[in-house]
Ligand binder design. Sequence first.
Ligand SMILES: Nc1ncnc2c1ncn2[C@@H]1O[C@H](COP(=O)(O)OP(=O)(O)OP(=O)(O)O)[C@@H](O)[C@H]1O
Ligand SMILES: [Mg+2]
Length: 573
Amino acid sequence: MNKIHLLNEHLINKIAAGEVIERPASVVKELIDNALDAGASRITIDFAQGGIEIIEVEDNGHGIGAQDIPPAFMRHATSKITSESDLLNIGTMGFRGEALPSIASVSRLELYSCPPEQTGMYACYEGGVLKTLEPASCPPGTRIRVSDLFFNTPARRKFLKSPVSEGNHIHELVSRYALARPEVSFTLKNSRKTFFKTPGNGSVRDAAVAIYGSQFVKTLLDISYQGDSFSLAGMISPPETTRNNRRSQLLFVNNRPVRSSLLYRAIDMAYQGLLLSREYPIVILNLSVPREMVDVNVHPQKWEVRFADEKQVFSSLRQLIVDRLSTHDRSALAGVHPSHYPPIVRLSAYEKVDYETGELLLHETLTPSSVYTEPVPADQTVSSPEAPIPIKVMGQLLQSYILVETEEGLWIIDQHAAQERILFNRIRDQYLQSDPGSELLFPISVDISVLQADLLEREKQRLEQIGFGYDRAGPSSVLLRRVPNQIKGREIDVLTDLIDLLETGDYQDFREEAMISMACHQAIKAGDYMSSLEMQALVTDLLNQDQYQHCPHGRPTLMKIGQNDLERIFKRA
Ligand SMILES: Nc1ncnc2c1ncn2[C@@H]1O[C@H](COP(=O)(O)OP(=O)(O)OP(=O)(O)O)[C@@H](O)[C@H]1O
Ligand SMILES: [Mg+2]
């Protein structure tokens, strides 16, 4: 057996880098953390080839003095904490003294730094070895350029994804930071092309507009709360605006971007009953808790935190969101008497709606489906070839379920799932037959992120096959000229879903997913009132569909409680 010996410093740094630096975005994260700790009010990030080739981060912070440069690249050398007790009270993003030596050991790193009123310095490291250290003229602050990431760790380099995918990670990361620290102006560039620049004026909403475009922010509700041991600030979406995954749930604890299953669960609980199982609200929230009540030292890349009082954080967050949503509900319904609720004919599904006022544009003719308009006498029973059982609608439960009496017993029908199935089948049939899109009389300008506008440009052909037609109208906007026939009024919602699908690659059959999205956005929601005529018509239509027992997502549309079940429940049998 070999003798035990201490590893040399280069090897130790390389091993540590394995934990801290997983991919280009990890380098960006560490460099941004350092810039923030240096008190920067302006941070610019530029990268090429997904950050594998080049990452450059420039800040206007306090810089590193000439004599501090070599120690900054030594492991466990930090200016941020000095004693064990500091670990319980961390107010900076960094504290380990690991990042710079780790990055330098797996790349070629150049640094220009100049503290105010001092001479600037240039340093160059290759694979962790100092090659040059000399005075240089540079503006106050620090600029670090990392090239050829993992050039000397080929195994790690092999595991990197494509430059586009690594670039997306960087985009997502910098977006999070820009939202976590709205008082700092962040500029993100890809090979000098600007993706976004946040104003740095302290407003989360303004930062979000700069990053994602105004479309994204439009419907979001501001939320804030100031307490002694817990504060909260940010934006949440009303239940009508949702996404299909958690990508738009951005959480920060004491301005540090985090992922936290505890907080995700609190959000889910707050929206419980308002959303379907695959729907996620948009959430941009910064929680502030006293430093000693949160441990940020539980994950090598600091993505996780642990709260001293998990229960309190959980219930406070949940309750604050519940309260905010309930005031939104009330303001939405203020002054509307129940008898003034609009009829449930889903005009938006067949008509063009003005996005600003919510009013119908009357230049298009209304062709509502027979489902909702053909009068069916309320007490008339209906039958269908699929289920040749006479049925009778008894009423609506929780404004979400239709109760139907049949000879078999009781059927409980999920109104949203049922209509989703009907609309999906209709859309599918139309796609099989004809041209899926039609020209808009008034093209709609859609303000999105530069990254998304690039994506739409690349995927133009695929979206044309679905019925969307558009042109790039600016760096971060497209002009929608043509939309699928079946989704008038919900174009933007469907397009947003499709962008998300393309961004995540989370689909097997893109066209099928697109049709599901169209059906889902048009279908009546849980919580919407339906008249008995409408329920009759919906049930009749449902029973005439193929696969009527499941919605296109695969969830059941109806549940049967037979006489036998009732007799068992009441112990009559
Ligand atoms: N952009 C910067 N501006 C000013 N000083 C910096 C900058 N980047 C690094 N430093 C100095 O270099 C030191 C080492 O940085 P490094 O990121 O390696 O460690 P850290 O930030 O202290 O801890 P961590 O490993 O948790 O990030 C810092 O403590 C800081 O003093
Ligand atoms: Mg650091």
